[in-house]
Design a protein around this ligand. Structure first.
Ligand SMILES: Nc1ncnc2c1ncn2[C@@H]1O[C@H](COP(=O)(O)OP(=O)(O)OP(=O)(O)O)[C@@H](O)[C@H]1O
Ligand SMILES: [Mg+2]
Length: 112
């Protein structure tokens, strides 16, 4: 079964169609790399998958459920995780505490 599935996903910024009818499946346990030159739309694609941006058209499924219109915080609870191109640590927390947040938020491991 696919853990992640995109079907004809599109996203435009004004007249610029950055994500144009993108379709792919990622089976559970598979690592998929996305490559492309600067401005190709990689970060936009990740933002669509995480819910930081909403798709204009198409469908995104995660773990068997339709998350196309689900807000980012609920996708996190469903198990979607990400890192950022520019690191976004909580500056008032220690390194250990930052890692603890990442490891325990959503449905991942317990504090123990
Ligand atoms: N919020 C936005 N508003 C308008 N245009 C945007 C927005 N976000 C991205 N773009 C434009 O969409 C295109 C794709 O940008 P994106 O950041 O997804 O590319 P990228 O592949 O991640 O590039 P890089 O390799 O530089 O990280 C670029 O032309 C960018 O200027
Ligand atoms: Mg990028």
């Amino acid at each position: 079964m696919s853990i992640l599935s995109l079907k004809s996903v599109s996203k435009s910024f004004g007249a610029l169609k950055v994500t144009d009818d993108v379709t792919f499946d990622v089976p559970e346990g598979q690592a998929l790399g996305i490559i492309g030159p600067n401005g190709a739309g990689k970060s936009t694609l990740f933002n669509l998958i995480t819910g930081n941006l909403m798709a204009d058209a198409g469908r995104i499924e995660f773990d068997g459920g339709d998350v196309t219109r689900v807000p980012a915080m609920k996708r996190v609870a469903a198990g979607v995780g990400r890192s950022f191109q520019i690191p976004q640590p909580f500056e008032k927390l220690t390194v250990f505490e930052n890692l603890l947040v990442a490891a325990t938020h959503g449905r991942a491991a317990s504090e123990a």
